[in-house]
Design a protein around this ligand. Structure first.
Ligand code: HEM
Length: 436
């Protein structure tokens, strides 16, 4: 069994470490990242088995991190078994495609409001700007309410220490979560502040004349408040679910757009084709949900950005059975790591894998690729519930902004990445705005 490296090396640079593992050893690599044996699987065929065809044998790995429990509780991302099934069914109507399409106007409104605050020549941090926008959109969509800019700012401010807490940190692993280190204190304070904001929004909605109820199609908070009235959800359930949606529903999309803007700034020939398509399909008008389905090249650009820079860069699962992968026997109780980062950049599935080439998503070039050579949204029963939401949102944001501005990248030549719960740029992504 190939064995490679340890948690210190992973913490130093998870991306270089994963690459080195895969380059050195291929489909199955064991390494030492914690108390139990952990195996990295990089063959799409094995990813399919774990996520789809044998998914019941491979539940999510409990990373043993109290901070995750403290933050997300038993929200949809973390729950398991029957409880997860019920939660997923309950949340589904809020993500039904008909409902998602009705949100397009709101998504574009918020984007136009953001763009109206910009001026030609401004220097912006595009990641901060995209996060501000996606927080606003997810809150409006999931809580069924708009929130004042001050609250958006407060949410963003409190989200920052959360990310810092989840960066791989070899020394931090030696310190228990309850120890009052500055990082742990900042984390706890941020979680409490976010919970207070969520509780306030929930209380305000409950205080409205209808008791928070809405006509169909429903937002998630209406669904949960109704479940609570029927004795099927507690106050804590509502808070965990809303916190999960707030976190899972904004950071990932903001990152996918940040990487897209960066890549466009480095590839003027791709940018020109985006502009050409926007001209053909929109002719200067606001994009709608129907338009988004015609923006094929924009969709290829977004997918290609998520291939090179997957916001969720690895999934974790646990094997509940003895299982064989790539000729090796992995004992029950093993941890499994399924890294989008490695598979999306592998020369086995992609020609010139480091190149930004949106045309590789054309039907004829992608037909022979295995399904799980690309899985930015996961797969199987636990696939991302927000996939459609996020693709519509990213397309509308890209189309709205790109009709007004191009961006000149001002950051360091070396675009470095940092691993946290999601994959972040190491430095602020500074851009100069130019009017089109
Ligand atoms: C580019 C944007 C996004 C990416 C890359 C992304 C990625 C993912 C991935 C990889 C998973 C599977 C995790 C696993 O199997 O362990 C997931 C699950 C999930 N995502 Fe997303 N996501 C995005 C946007 C969103 C949005 C907009 C929402 C909410 C509106 C959302 C909510 C969730 C939830 C609740 C789950 C857990 C689903 C379950 O286990 O039943 N995500 N996401």
């Amino acid at each position: 069994m190939p064995f490679f490296g340890n948690s210190r090396q992973y913490a130093d640079d998870p991306f270089a470490f994963m690459d080195a593992c895969a380059d050195a050893y291929g489909d199955v690599v064991q390494f030492d990242l914690g108390p139990q044996p952990l195996y990295m699987l990089t063959n799409p065929r094995d990813i399919e088995r774990v996520l789809v065809s044998e998914s019941t044998a491979f539940p999510k790995l409990d990373l043993g991190d109290d901070a995750v429990d403290q933050l997300l509780g038993d929200g949809l991302l973390m729950s398991e078994g029957e409880a997860w099934k019920q939660q997923r069914q309950r949340a589904n109507p809020a993500f039904h495609s008909q409902r998602i399409n009705t949100l397009a106007g709101m998504m574009t409104d918020h984007t136009e409001a953001l763009v109206a605050d910009w001026s030609p020549g401004d220097r912006i941090d595009i990641h901060v700007e995209m996060a501000r926008l996606t927080v606003r959109i997810i809150v409006t969509a999931m809580f069924g309410t708009d929130i004042e800019p001050e609250r958006v700012e407060a949410i963003q401010r409190h989200l920052q220490p959360l990310g810092a807490r989840f960066e791989p940190d070899p020394l931090g692993q030696l310190v228990p979560d309850w120890a009052p280190t500055p990082k742990n204190r900042a984390f706890t304070a941020a979680v409490e502040a976010l919970e207070a904001i969520i509780d306030d929004i929930v209380a305000e909605r409950r205080g409205t004349a209808t008791g928070g109820d809405r006509d169909e199609p429903m937002d998630l908070l209406s669904i949960l408040l109704r479940a609570q009235r029927h004795g099927e959800a507690t106050e804590t359930d509502i808070r965990d679910e809303m916190m999960t949606m707030l976190l899972a529903g904004h950071d990932t999309t903001a990152l996918s757009l940040t990487y897209t803007w960066y890549l466009l700034s480095q590839h003027p020939e791709v940018e020109q084709r985006v502009h050409a398509e926007l001209g053909d399909v929109l002719d200067g008008e606001r994009p709608t949900a129907a338009d988004s389905r015609q923006l094929d090249y924009v969709t290829n650009v977004l997918n290609e950005a998520m291939r090179l820079y997957p916001p969720v860069y690895t999934l974790f699962r646990e094997s509940t059975v003895d299982a064989e992968f790539g000729g090796y026997r992995l004992p029950a109780g093993s941890g499994l790591m399924l890294p989008q980062w490695v598979i999306h950049r592998s020369g086995r599935w992609y020609d010139a894998p480091k190149q930004f080439d949106p045309d590789r998503w054309n039907a004829e070039r992608s037909a022979d690729r295995p399904r799980f050579a690309f899985f930015p949204f996961g797969g199987g029963p636990r696939h991302c519930i927000g996939k459609q939401f996020s693709m519509l949102e990213a397309t509308l944001i890209l189309a709205t902004v790109a009709q007004e501005y191009t961006m000149e990248y001002l950051g360091p030549d070396e675009f470095e990445l940092r691993g946290s719960l999601t994959m972040h740029p190491e430095e602020p992504v500074a851009m100069r705005l130019h009017k089109r």
